[in-house]
Design a protein around this ligand. Structure first.
Ligand code: GDG
Length: 553
């Protein structure tokens, strides 16, 4: 088991924080309350998750019953508690529980308003309250402009180099400013004069840091940006390029997955704002304030995925699945993605089609399970890519379909992590074909779940994960012929080489897990706080983190 465990890290972060409170800020909330139809008595664990049509980002939904009986309505609905099953919220939850901080997030669920007090607070986890969730309310119009509009129709495509999908509308921008101001006002209210560290998450909140800095100049503010930062030549098309940078430069520490994204950001700050940049040190000074910009490659709860994949009944479930006519192929591959145009699902399918064309001996012997999770379905570009994916699936299945089934088994739905682990463990190969991707956690989850080390990972060079995963087979998803060839290489690789590569990948991830990521982020912050106000660093030494010292360059 890794030295970086939830409990150990949570305790260490408390000492790294010293006397400061932690306020975490994200678009998504760690616990939500919704009116849901009662599940049939047999499934007492909760109701099935509805397919998400909102901005699911990195996690399905696990429903758990509320501890107290909630009022039943006539049509058999009741308030139920949900928890996103994504890696980030489950990794941050123990940290928040250990330091009893406050988590500020958009209250998006149908019963969220009914479950807060007069200050919009709800104590969580509800059965054993350890910290406060403060909900922020957004109107339907704000959600359309801020979330579907500027965040996901402008910033998302811009940062993923998909300029043809980017829509820059002043109305969306106005809502983005407005919502960021609401978040900043709520966070400032929560600070209540005590020493506080504010940790913001992701591209929904780019303006918040400067807004907060203006309200409380000596606040410690950090931000993690979960998607790539584009090169300046792309970034400069954004009409609000100055404002976004000025917003983010309110941070003391700004984290990206990769060194390259840090370099892109620094170049944008220098060329757009004329900020003072020291690229070697990862430092930028603007309007009298210094922001440190550092890479922190995010990871997964490795041990938890191993445990899921080794679960008591997983082997039986695999045998059951493989016996189904639709999956009765000697060789099975898997792909798991939000249905997003950045994930390169069409390229992946075309590469499989090319492979079957080129090597007919594999027809009827190779099948592929594609799990496509509904995402941002209110946006036209997402509806178009869904249609495209489904038309290619239909074409391949009609071209190569044998008696029982076509080679592509397509599931457009959310799937619980426990079931994902079954597919990951069962697969002979996994394909990650992102056209551009901050990190890609699916690649890491597949590795963790490969209990028998039989499988091969094909991973796009354009996913951040590729930097760490040299023992995967790296592919260029724009080169369909090349991917088809690499697929053949994967299938013809000796069992010894497969096991060797997988063992090296697993060794790496066992150490570089989500908890090490947390320690690295907070260690860097502790160095900054010491520089700013002399906070003791004994806790950093005690952790023995391998994070390079912030000032070592
Ligand atoms: C953004 C960045 C970065 C998938 N299907 C289901 C499901 N998942 C889980 C996976 C995985 C996560 O969602 C997907 O994470 P990714 O990293 O692949 O992709 P994004 O959603 O685009 O995430 C990305 C990440 O942020 C973290 O910083 O790596 O680059 O784009 O954990 O297991 N979970 C459930 N049901 C599903 O059907 N429950």
């Amino acid at each position: 088991m890794s030295q970086w465990t939830a409990m150990r890290v949570a305790e260490s972060l408390v000492s790294l924080l010293g006397d400061a409170r932690l306020i975490l800020v994200s678009n998504r909330e760690p616990y939500s309350h919704g009116w849901r139809r009662q599940a049939p008595a047999a499934s007492a664990g909760g109701v099935p998750a509805p397919a998400s049509t909102t901005g699911w980002n990195g996690g399905g939904v696990r429903h758990v019953p509320l501890p107290q009986a909630s009022p039943l309505l006539q049509d058999n609905t009741a308030i139920r508690l949900s928890r996103p099953a994504g890696g980030l919220t489950s990794a941050l939850d123990p940290v928040m529980q250990a330091c009893h901080g406050t988590w500020v997030a958009w209250g998006h669920d149908s019963a969220d308003r009914q479950t807060v007090d007069a200050q919009d607070h709800v104590a969580v986890p509800p059965d054993d309250p350890q910290y406060t969730l403060r909900r922020v309310w957004l109107s339907e119009t704000q959600v359309r402009g801020f979330y579907y509009g500027f965040a996901n129709s402008a910033l998302w495509p811009l940062c993923h180099l998909h300029l043809e999908q980017a829509i820059f509308k002043p109305r969306h921008w106005h809502h983005y400013q407005d919502v960021n101001a609401s978040f900043a006002a709520v966070v400032a209210e929560e600070c209540s004069g005590e020493p506080t560290v504010v940790w913001l998450q992701d591209y929904h909140l780019a303006l918040c840091p400067a807004m907060l800095r203006q309200r409380i100049p000596d606040l410690t503010i950090m931000h993690f940006w979960h998607i790539p930062w584009p090169p300046w030549e792309i970034y400069r098309v954004c009409p609000w390029r100055r404002e976004l940078l000025e917003g983010l430069l309110g941070n003391d520490l700004l984290g990206f997955h990769l060194e390259q994204y840090c370099r892109n950001f620094l170049e944008c700050a220098e060329r757009t704002l004329g900020a003072q940049v020291d690229a070697a040190a990862g430092m930028v000074e603007y309007a009298g304030h210094v922001t440190w910009v550092r890479p922190f490659p995010i990871s997964i709860d490795y041990d938890a995925w191993v445990q899921l994949a080794r679960g008591r009944r997983v082997a039986d479930k695999i045998a059951h699945l493989r016996a189904q006519p639709a999956l009765a192929f000697p060789v099975l591959g898997v792909g798991v993605d939000r249905l997003d145009y950045t994930k390169g699902i069409v390229s992946r399918l075309e590469a499989i089609e090319r492979f079957l064309d080129k090597y007919p001996a594999y027809q009827g012997r190779v099948g592929f399970v594609q799990i496509a999770v509904p995402s941002r379905t209110q946006i036209e570009a997402y509806r178009r890519v869904k249609e495209h994916v489904e038309s290619v699936v239909a074409r391949i299945n009609s071209r190569f379909g044998m008696a029982a089934a076509g080679p592509i088994h397509y599931r457009y739905e959310q799937v619980e992590p426990a079931e994902l682990a079954v597919y990951y463990r069962m697969a002979d190969f996994a394909m990650v074909t992102s056209l551009h991707d901050g990190m890609n956690l699916v690649a890491k989850e597949f590795i963790a779940a490969q209990v028998e080390r039989r499988g091969v990972l094909l991973c796009s060079e354009f996913a951040g994960a590729a930097e760490e995963l040299g023992n995967a087979l790296l592919i260029n998803p724009y080169d369909i012929e090349g991917v088809a060839e690499t697929l053949r290489q994967a299938l013809e690789m000796s069992p010894e080489e497969k096991a060797h590569r997988m063992a090296r990948l697993q060794e790496h991830l066992a150490e570089h897990n989500i908890y090490k990521w947390l320690v690295d982020v907070f260690t860097a912050l502790a160095h900054i706080r010491e520089e700013n106000d002399g906070t003791a660093l004994t806790a950093v030494a005690a952790l023995g983190s391998s994070t390079p010292a912030l000032y070592s360059v």
